[in-house]
Write a protein that binds this ligand. Structure first.
Ligand code: SF4
Length: 146
């Protein structure tokens, strides 16, 4: 079975900044077909649940209260990349709009609910090391036929 990294909140783990999960029922279409390695880069990097929301601003990640949490995000991304190497995962399913896991979009860094084109810190590192990143919708559309 192919091994794939997946954002833990997508399968319902309550690891989001607000203490909630982000369960997506499309997970049922893939959970028995792949070895899923759950990652939450923000928690793996040392941040707590719940935590202040964060957004990418230029080359840093900043919380809504103005604290620079880039080092936590970078550490979580590195652990995710090492997990991909260790498990030989060449694909990842990630949550769009997240400062860690965003695939196509991220928030604009002003905490005003505006999205811009961009990718999360972990997404960027995984892609740099050759891991192809998808949203769950994209993955199901591309690889699941029924
Ligand atoms: Fe989900 Fe990724 Fe945010 Fe963790 S860092 S809560 S896995 S989107």
């Amino acid at each position: 079975m192919e091994t794939i990294l997946i954002s833990a909140c997508l399968v319902g783990d309550k690891v989001r900044y607000n203490g909630k999960g982000n369960y997506n029922p499309l997970i049922e279409k893939i959970k028995d077909k792949y070895d899923l390695v759950l990652i939450c880069p923000e928690v793996m990097g040392g941040l707590s649940v719940p935590r202040d929301p964060s957004e990418i601003l230029k080359d840093s990640v900043i919380t809504s209260s103005g604290k620079d949490v880039s080092s936590y995000f970078n550490k979580g991304a590195l652990i995710a990349k090492n997990l991909a190497n260790y498990t030989n995962a060449r694909k990842a399913i990630l949550v769009d709009n997240s400062p860690s896991c965003g695939v196509h979009n991220i928030h604009n860094g002003k905490f005003d609910d505006v999205l811009i084109k961009g990718e999360g810190v972990t997404t960027r590192l995984l892609k740099h090391y050759g891991v192809t990143c998808y949203t769950l919708e994209e993955f199901v559309e591309e690889f699941i036929t029924n």
